[in-house]
Ligand binder design. Structure first.
Ligand SMILES: CC(C)(COP(=O)(O)OP(=O)(O)OC[C@H]1O[C@@H](n2cnc3c(N)ncnc32)[C@H](O)[C@@H]1OP(=O)(O)O)[C@@H](O)C(=O)NCCC(=O)NCCS
Length: 211
């Protein structure tokens, strides 16, 4: 498959923040990621990479360019010019991220976002599936999250994976005082949930493999 999930590291954070700015009305300060990644042992953060972007950006040209006489330097290499800010290939290949905290036996999804250019391809779903897989691995029994009442896109994704509304947190979001829906899965180890989850995951992986 062309997509890979990696554990988020501190060096990924600048790209994560770039995507976060495109995805959310308000964002976390970079220090929040530092805390999450370095100090919070209950936190699990992942990034989604597109291997095609990585390959394209690191590809070695078949025939190296021959040196030319009087070749002009790129403007950005002239003294006094700032270097062009092209992200390193491994950073540019990040197209989404997500995370959760384990609280006793509950996995709390804290964030999930894909770059706007790659939406509706199953990649938000891949991030959610990866989080649910982590929830199984770390022994969570339920998965829960908060979502803006107006965020039907994300709610649809969560409903697809068996999340159900369990209440409201009034004026939860400080940027616009919007309410949050609280959503929970059933017990993820229940045969019913697991069967549906594995079937959805299989369908998704087949779709992404076929790309
Ligand atoms: C929510 C988000 C991660 C979905 O990412 P995505 O890559 O577009 O999602 P997918 O292509 O994997 O879609 C998965 C499911 O989400 C729902 N969905 C996605 N886009 C949708 C849309 N435009 N309208 C309605 N439902 C939509 C569908 O249920 C879809 O399943 P389907 O393909 O079987 O219909 C993405 O829109 C995003 O980053 N939004 C901004 C950040 C955000 O709101 N995060 C959630 C915070 S709680």
């Amino acid at each position: 498959m062309r997509y890979v999930i990696d554990k988020m590291t501190m060096s990924d954070v600048p790209r994560v923040i770039e995507i976060e700015r495109l995805a959310y009305p308000s964002t976390w300060p970079p220090s929040a990621y530092r805390k999450e990644l370095q100090d919070n042992r209950w936190a699990h953060y992942i990034v989604l990479r597109d291997k095609h972007i990585l390959e394209e950006r690191t590809a070695v040209p078949q025939e190296p360019e021959k040196p030319r006489k009087n070749r002009l330097f790129p403007l950005s290499l002239l003294p006094g010019r700032p270097a062009a800010t092209v992200p390193a290939p491994d950073l540019a290949s990040i197209i989404g991220f997500s995370g959760l905290w384990l609280m006793v036996d509950e996995a709390h999804v804290t964030t999930i976002a894909t770059h706007p250019d790659v939406r509706r391809r199953g990649l938000g779903e891949l991030l959610l599936v990866s989080l649910i897989d982590i929830a199984y691995t770390i022994g969570a029994k339920w998965v829960t999250l908060e979502v803006r009442v107006s965020n039907y896109t994300a709610q649809n994704l969560y409903r697809k994976y068996g999340f159900r509304e369990a209440g409201l947190r009034h004026r939860y979001y400080s940027d616009n005082q919007e309410d949050a829906l609280i959503m929970w899965t059933d017990e993820i180890n229940s045969p019913n949930y697991k069967q549906k989850y594995l079937a959805l995951k299989e369908t998704l992986l087949q779709k992404l493999e076929a790309e």
